[in-house]
Design a protein around this ligand. Structure first.
Ligand code: PAF
Length: 283
């Protein structure tokens, strides 16, 4: 596995891959890699891409300095997981290379209106501007044929897809299914920050989703089910909703079809999110 940090070398590596007639599959990450990331690397490998993974804790997507400081950093483990999962080139850009002006704002921001203000964006103002800006820069440097993102961050995936459509990036965005631990908790870099008791409480997120997936009901009844399960477990609710999977517009009670249930809440002060498919039946 090749390891690079310099932008010029990284760009020239990707150019070389394409010159040989191969395709680049980009997997952007912030490190603290887990089995969810490993599944993205494998998905890229299975599509026949040369797998380029980036490891960069992007400060522009954190609206809370404490959250940025506490974000887990495990570079040695990340390198061995990337190697074991078939990554061909691991890029670890420096902060100076990505955002030379930081902590001063970078003049250019990519902002996906509408979608970015909902749910995660409402609770973390500016978060998706930071995500869209860094992903646009990673695309511009790497020129991937495909980019792989986990469905765990469902709204992020919707924001990136919208950005790709609006700015005509020649990149296929591949959404990969959520990978869950043996107890049902979705793998997340943030899980490392909760205790054993916290973890039991956190299971309410996946349980709430399993509960709505097992019922066909109208949108508001599904919403009420999600909320009740999370509250009963003592999770401090951020949101629980049933939405259109592309626009994230909340579903109405006269709608029928396949939608997405989104849940987020705090356990021991750690923000956790999850989502899953749900069927709604109009009333
Ligand atoms: O999902 C993440 O880890 C980050 O938001 C991403 C896509 C790597 C951008 O920094």
């Amino acid at each position: 596995m090749l390891r690079l940090s310099d932008i010029a070398e990284w760009r020239s590596y990707a150019n070389g891959v394409r010159a040989k007639g191969r395709t680049v599959g980009l997997v952007p990450t912030m490190g603290a890699l887990h089995q969810g990331h490993a599944a993205l690397f494998r998905a890229a490998k299975d599509r026949g891409d040369v797998v380029v993974a980036t490891l960069f804790v992007n400060p522009r997507q954190f609206n809370d300095a404490g959250d940025l400081e506490r974000y887990p950093r495990t570079p040695e483990l990340d390198r061995s997981l990337a190697l074991d999962s078939g990554v061909d080139c691991l890029i670890e850009p420096t902060l100076d290379a990505m955002w030379p002006a930081y902590p001063a704002p970078t003049p250019t921001t990519v902002s996906v209106g509408g979608l970015s203000d909902l749910y995660e964006g409402a609770g973390r103002p500016g978060h998706f501007d930071g995500v869209a800006s860094v992903v646009a820069k990673l695309f511009a440097i790497t020129g991937p044929a495909r980019a792989y993102f986990g469905e765990k961050d469902f709204q992020q995936l919707a924001v990136v897809r919208q950005m790709v459509r609006d700015l005509a990036f020649d990149v296929e965005v591949v959404g990969c299914p959520i990978v869950r631990d043996h107890d049902g908790l979705a793998f997340s870099s943030r899980n490392a920050r909760i205790s054993k008791d916290g973890r039991r409480q956190a299971l309410a997120l996946s349980e709430a989703l399993a509960c709505v997936a097992g019922h066909a009901d109208c949108a508001s009844a599904q919403r009420a089910r999600l909320t009740a399960t999370l509250r009963e477990a003592g999770v401090e609710l951020a949101y629980a909703d049933v939405v259109d999977p592309t626009t994230l517009v909340p579903s109405r009670d006269d709608e029928t079809g396949e939608r997405r249930a989104l849940v987020a809440g705090f356990v021991e002060g750690v923000r956790l999110l999850d989502n899953g498919p749900v069927r709604i039946v109009g009333r």
